[in-house]
Write a protein that binds this ligand. Structure first.
Ligand code: WQD
Length: 339
């Protein structure tokens, strides 16, 4: 039986995507070194799907270990999530990010070519667009100079895939996420940051359960409707659905061998920081203690997606709103942080 190898399968988006893939009939295996994830996620996947997914606890940069995984499995497709993704940390530790994200990509591509893998989905990010002047952002928006080693590692990995698959019996897609958030409807899976989260939504819910004293709003002097930054928050279950649809699109041969198709995965709705806070207060019935500070360096005023291409090509329609995202994130936080 052929398998889909999910790298980073015990991570936030990886685990939700494995659940969706299994529910759509795919056989999945995972490779995840648990650097930023927890093995218990496999038990939750089992509880939701009834399937015990095998995870190889290996580092993608270990070429020998990776080769052994491909030798012992018939891997038809790869969904590549495994990467470090904290923008600020990447600025402090560029070598770690380049070695891990680009080194892992190179090692994975080497194994994929050697073992004649046919399909590759890459977990990319809207960060590759930088501070796009065109809003909503389409897939044709220019790729600008990345504002962090994290963002640059995503741009480099996209280019590695584009160059390496030329001449191979392999097709691929870059899935450029906007701001993933929320938790699985079962509340068995959600964002479980190993380190304190840096993203807005998990920080809001941590303040909500008293793990943090207050939310600091990084700047209220941006040229937006309420002075705070606008982002396109996308529910992780909608994101998982898009991966399964994109893989099916590749497996049906709708992308020529040697070619890569790009999809923006966002809701098309922009939400400001203050509107996200309001969404939390509405679902929780609690006021959020907030303080405003200076802007955070590297933040861009506004970015949100034009997802028409994913809608028309993949038949994908994000269903969940910022309220749904916040409701699931809040319930998940309450469950994982008994107070
Ligand atoms: C959102 C907004 C902050 C925390 C990053 C990566 C992106 C993706 C998602 C990986 C901004 C504001 C935040 C806080 C705040 N990562 N904020 N106080 O920076 O849009 O995107 O994470 O795939 O690639 O770039 O997300 O959640 O950090 O910030 O005011 O304590 O919330 O200034 O305007 P970001 P974020």
């Amino acid at each position: 039986m052929s398998s889909i190898l999910v790298t980073g399968g015990c991570g936030f988006i990886g685990s939700h995507t494995i659940v969706d893939l299994i529910q759509q009939g795919y056989h999945c295996i995972s490779v995840d070194n648990y650097l930023k994830s927890d093995p218990t996620v496999l038990d939750q996947i089992h509880e939701i799907t009834g399937v015990k997914v095998r995870n190889y606890a290996e580092d993608l940069t270990d070429e020998t270990a990776l080769d052994a995984i491909f030798k012992s499995n018939d891997i038809e497709g790869i969904v590549h999530f495994a990467a470090l993704k904290a923008v600020g940390e990447s600025v402090e530790k560029p070598l770690l990010y380049y070695k891990n994200n680009i080194g892992g990509m190179l090692s994975l591509m080497q194994a994929a070519v050697k073992h004649k893998v046919k399909h590759l989905l890459f977990s990319s990010s809207c960060t590759v667009y930088g501070d796009s002047k065109e809003l909503p952002v389409t897939e044709n928006a220019p790729i600008q100079k990345a504002s962090s080693p994290y963002g640059y590692s995503k741009q480099v990995c996209e280019r590695i895939i584009e160059d390496v698959i030329i001449g191979q019996e392999m097709n691929a897609a870059h899935l450029r996420y906007f701001n993933p958030a929320g938790a699985h409807e079962s509340l068995l899976l959600g964002e479980s940051p190993i380190n304190p989260p840096l993203n807005l939504i998990p920080i809001i819910t941590e303040v909500g359960v008293g793990k943090r004293e207050k939310l600091v709003v990084f700047g209220q002097d941006y040229p937006t409707r309420d002075g705070t930054c606008i982002r396109d928050y996308i529910h992780v279950m909608d994101l998982a659905d898009a991966h399964t649809k994109a893989l099916k699109h590749l497996m049906q041969g709708n992308v020529k061998n040697g070619k890569v198709e790009v999809f923006n995965l966002g809701t098309g709705e922009g939400t400001t920081v203050l509107e996200a806070i309001k969404a939390y207060e509405n679902v929780s019935g609690k006021k959020l203690p907030v303080e405003t500070s200076e802007r955070r360096s590297g933040d861009i005023p506004a970015i949100f997606a034009d997802f028409k291409k994913a809608k028309s090509t993949l038949g994908w329609n994000p269903k969940r709103t910022i309220t749904d995202i916040m409701d699931s994130a809040w319930r998940w936080e309450q469950k994982r942080s008994p107070h």
